[in-house]
Ligand binder design. Structure first.
Ligand SMILES: Cc1cc2nc3c(=O)[nH]c(=O)nc-3n(C[C@H](O)[C@H](O)[C@H](O)COP(=O)(O)OP(=O)(O)OC[C@H]3O[C@@H](n4cnc5c(N)ncnc54)[C@H](O)[C@@H]3O)c2cc1C
Length: 395
């Protein structure tokens, strides 16, 4: 047998990273091997995840709000943050979702758009994993088009009073703080949208968990219900007006997904290569058949290209130059290829591939959500189409 190579080696991917980035990546990989991989199939099976305990451990690893500066955050490069997302999602998309929502959605919203008081109050605790955050933008009737949201914030003296409901909110039922987007002036349309920092013990706030998911089962997903939730004036994010606020946060989280999804794909491919080498069919290893090798070679190409795309976008982001349409390129490509790869790897595992003993079907099911949230594949096609043609085809 000839010597074997991984995709990382074939594409010489590590030559594109600094020593520090490789060290961070390897630390996260070791953490997932010790703390996530031994348990994640069971968490997925039982749809139970020890979020609080994990948040403390992920904080120890330094990945909560990892790319943010100050307030107890690690302040790493965007590329290093992406690599951490890649390794976390290679273990499970649910774990990466926990970290993305905490750091890129909830903490980023407060860090970028919040008052000094809001930052000092929430960010150090969130970086330490002592407070968990969620981000409420989507409503049951407004997902791809959040500008139509019906959640209202009405001024009452110095206070704001929020009424409405959010849907599909990651970490909702376990959160200590929710960043909630609400319309303050329906006549203004989406220009009236503002963000509010809502402690989840505020009277009138509740977050029932959504059950029976077939995807992201190792992740908490919830509804947020706001019934006359009264907040002081200081709860509003002072610097965010209109959709620009939430969209800036989504752009941050999408960046992590570009890396994460390709991590899930890599894990599936590694599993399929290992399996094919030991599984005997018609008296020889499955890996020795041309049909299998064609599948593996095509998948290796896409996994490698997905890494190159992610690294390129990481470098652009580190230079402060990445544009939303470029993030759409990465999110669309890497999620779409990852889900195809997960399903193809499942075929290589035959019947064994339909159980939780092997990760491909778990990744494939998780990637259904990853393809949909943070902008569906179609929404990213429309973003890219607009960039190419100048014509907006959203309506
Ligand atoms: C597990 C999970 C976790 C999530 N976590 C969060 C969270 O933490 N916070 C949050 O705010 N949201 C969250 N979401 C919500 C997610 O962002 C939305 O589901 C997503 O934006 C899509 O919205 P929708 O489900 O309403 O689909 P819809 O917008 O109804 O889309 C349905 C279909 O129509 C297509 N479509 C939409 N517009 C167009 C168009 N103009 N042209 C052609 N096709 C179109 C879509 O691509 C899709 O295929 C989560 C979702 C999931 C599944």
């Amino acid at each position: 047998m000839a010597e074997t190579r991984t995709v990382t080696q074939l594409f010489a991917l590590d030559t594109l990273l600094t020593e520090e980035e490789i060290a961070i990546r390897d630390t996260v990989r070791k953490f997932t091997a010790a703390r996530i991989r031994p348990h994640v199939a069971q968490w997925f099976d039982e749809a139970q995840i020890p979020v609080r305990e994990l948040a403390k451990e992920l904080s120890g690893l330094g990945v909560l709000g990892m790319h943010l500066e100050g307030y107890g955050c690690a302040g790493t490069s965007a590329t290093a943050y992406g690599l951490a997302c890649l390794e976390l999602e290679a273990a499970d998309s649910g774990i990466r979702s926990l970290v993305s929502v905490q750091g890129s959605l909830a903490m980023f919203a407060i860090h970028h758009w919040g008052s000094e008081e809001q930052k000092e109050h929430w960010l150090p605790r969130m970086a330490a994993g002592d407070a968990i955050g969620c981000f409420g933008l989507t409503e049951s009737d407004f997902g791809s088009d959040p500008g139509g949201m019906r959640t209202r914030a009405v001024r009452d003296g110095d206070d704001w009073v929020l009424n409405g409901a959010k849907m599909w909110i990651t970490n909702g039922s376990v959160a200590d703080v929710a960043v909630v987007w609400a319309n303050t002036d329906l006549e203004e349309g989406s220009r009236g949208i503002r963000g509010f920092v809502v402690p989840t013990d505020t009277p009138g706030f509740s977050a029932p968990e959504i059950k029976n998911k077939m995807s992201l089962r190792a992740s908490v997903t919830s509804e947020l219900v706001l019934e006359d939730v009264r907040l002081p004036a200081s709860a509003m994010l002072p610097k965010a007006a209109g959709l620009r606020g939430p969209l800036s946060c989504l752009n941050e989280a999408r960046f992590g997904i570009i890396f994460g999804a390709i991590g899930a794909a890599r894990d599936c491919l590694e599993t399929a290569v290992d399996y094919a080498q030991t599984r005997l069919v018609f008296d020889k290893p499955l890996a020795a058949y041309q049909l299998t090798q064609a599948k593996l070679a095509d998948m290796a190409l896409e996994v490698g290209k997905g890494h190159l795309l992610a690294y390129q976008l990481g470098r652009l982001k580190d230079a402060g130059e990445v544009e939303p349409a470029q993030v759409s390129l990465g999110k669309l490509n890497n999620c779409r290829e990852a889900i195809k790869i997960a399903r193809e790897c499942r075929t290589i595992l035959g019947a064994n591939g339909i159980t939780l003993e092997y990760p491909p079907i778990r990744h494939a099911n998780n990637l259904e959500s990853v393809l949909t949230y943070e902008g569906t594949a179609e929404v990213h096609q429309l973003q890219i189409g607009r960039a190419l043609t100048g014509a907006s085809a959203f309506r």
